[in-house]
Ligand binder design. Structure first.
Ligand code: GLC
Length: 535
């Protein structure tokens, strides 16, 4: 059975935020040649797939998620030739490369939008979502931008509003016009022909809006914090017609050999699962972000894992995400003492794990001085910047103790500041320490990569009798592993004899990797995780 699995099922995905990974030319921003220089490191992490946040030409109002040309590389990151070289080198190491595709909106500097806004009768007018003002001259409806303020901006020249659910420099494309879909498929083809292994598709669940653009109802459960959450997004997101668009994208991928698509979707399970497609003909992986938002306690996490497993459609492959460029850092969310437990969970659950650069060394949110804040939701909404600002999780990778942490040459002003503790928490330092987070991460990914029970086996929860300890087995054929995770601060003795007599220690968060224990008396210390092979 494991032979028939695809690379995107068995391998770990690692997200690179290219601006922050490695600067090779001393401009303070990471680039493709920087990633090339770090390929040995990436390979040493035993990951399979690199996903790059956008590298396309962009005025960078949303740091690359405002694309001005889908078929080129921003000079800041390098050239197409650099890209081809990096892709070839990635493939030569047996790894895959996935690009971010941002089809929901373009930059306002994209030639399509420049044409579209030039006049009401321009042939590309209908490529975007333009509407007359409401009778009072205000926006056509009450929709809100994720980044603060209304989702509409008035264009003086043509006297209409255009829709944007992010910054106003990100006008939204109109997928009710078939020419738009064809143009986006052409952009995908451009990269697929170059050998790209797939796409992470940005805000895929937003790609079609209600045909009537109806007002959205207020959300009575709103906590009063983030204005965008004050409405129920029943017309601006998750519309039934979006599935036709996704199926068309999938058909294109399927016309190539073994490519994949992972969709960015923030929805509850019942809606999320529809993005696999009724005939598993949509996203290979609809991102599952539940671990990011979950309250960090063992019972909550157990319940959500069990529920997700139960809700998956037949044949739908699970996946788990612990962090990305839009969320607070993993080690900040769960606390530094729980970071290893969290990684053990992520890398031993059933399904494809996605890791975020820097989480393998336990990077934390970096406080950004006011004058260096860049991220639009934080700039637009200073009063909730500490909640919605994403800069703190996008800071330069911490490679070594040299000035600028090995990310950029000394003396260069990096685009975001490095963490204060980079001289202590960095790759070089953790290479030297045999029990570091980095070595722990590698041991975990190595085990996962070589153990069918872990990358392909069945999942079953185990009752531990202790609230703060979550345990489960992963089994494949005769091979059975047991994962025991202490989410809390207590010392516990567990009686797990129902699972057998003895178990061998495969790996612990404290870096034990040998010896065996009796299952009738399993001792677990605060913040400890155990990965055991049942014998
Ligand atoms: C996605 C991206 C985020 C971006 C937004 C608009 O949520 O992950 O970084 O700002 O889409 O493209």
């Amino acid at each position: 059975m494991t032979d028939s699995l695809h690379w995107w099922q068995t391998g770990v995905i690692y997200q690179i935020y290219p601006r922050s990974f490695q600067d090779s030319n001393g401009d303070g921003v990471g680039d493709l040649n920087g990633v090339l220089q770090r390929l040995d490191y990436l390979q040493s992490l035993n990951i399979r797939t690199l996903w790059f946040s956008p590298i396309y030409p962009s005025p960078m109002h949303d740091f690359g998620y405002d694309v001005a040309d889908y078929c080129a590389v921003h000079p800041l990151f390098g050239s197409l030739a650099d890209f081809d070289r990096l892709l070839a080198a990635t493939h030569a190491r047996g790894m895959k490369l996935v690009l971010d595709l941002v089809p929901n909106h373009t930059s306002d500097e994209h030639p399509w939008f420049v044409e579209s806004r030039s006049s009401r009768d321009n042939p590309k007018r209908d490529w975007y979502i333009w509407r007359d003002p409401a009778p009072d001259g205000g926006p056509p409806n009450n929709w809100l931008s994720f980044f603060g303020g209304p989702a509409w901006t008035f264009d003086e020249q043509t006297q209409q509003y255009y829709l944007h659910q992010f910054v106003k420099q990100q006008p939204e494309l109109n997928y009710r016009n078939p020419a738009v879909l064809q143009a986006m498929l052409d952009a995908m083809r451009f990269w697929l022909e170059r050998g790209v292994d797939g796409f992470r598709v940005d805000v895929i669940w937003l790609m079609i809006k209600d045909a009537l653009l109806r007002d959205e109802p207020a959300d009575p459960a709103w906590d009063g914090v983030n204005p965008h959450a004050s409405l129920q997004h029943i017309y601006s997101a998750d519309q039934p017609e979006v599935h036709d668009v996704i199926r068309a994208m999938r058909r294109l991928l399927d016309s190539y050999d073994d490519r994949m698509m992972v969709g960015e979707i923030y929805l509850p399970n019942d809606r999320l699962m529809t993005y696999y497609g009724a005939a598993l003909d949509e996203c290979h992986l609809p991102f599952n972000f539940q671990l990011i938002n979950a309250k960090w306690d063992a019972q909550t996490v157990r319940r959500l894992v069990d529920q997700y497993e139960a809700d998956l459609p037949p044949g739908g492959w699970p996946n788990w995400v612990m962090g990305n460029h839009d969320q607070h850092r993993l080690a900040t969310r769960v606390g530094p003492q729980q970071a290893r437990v969290a990684n053990m969970l992520l890398l031993t659950l059933r399904g494809t794990p996605t890791c975020y650069y820097g989480d393998e060394i336990g990077m934390e949110n970096v406080p950004i001085p006011l004058d260096r804040v860049q991220d639009p939701p934080a700039v637009n909404q200073p009063e909730i910047a500490h909640i919605v600002g994403r800069d703190p999780a996008r800071t330069p990778m911490q490679w070594d103790a040299s000035p600028n942490g090995g990310f950029a040459p000394a003396g260069v002003r990096t685009w975001l500041p490095l963490a204060d503790d980079y001289a202590i928490r960095n790759v070089a330092e953790q290479e030297r320490q045999p029990t570091s987070m980095l070595h722990f991460f590698r041991a975990l990914t190595a085990l996962r990569a070589s153990t069918p029970a872990l990358y392909a086996g069945a999942y079953a929860p185990v009752d531990t009798g202790v609230d703060e300890v979550f345990a489960y087995t992963r089994s494949h054929g005769d091979e059975r592993y047991l994962v025991v995770l202490n989410f809390g601060q207590g010392n516990h003795r567990l009686d797990l004899r129902a699972l057998g007599e003895r178990a061998a220690i495969a790996l612990s968060t404290g870096m034990l990797s040998s010896g065996d224990i009796r299952l009738r008396q399993v001792y677990i210390t605060p913040n400890e995780g155990l990965l055991l092979r049942l014998i």
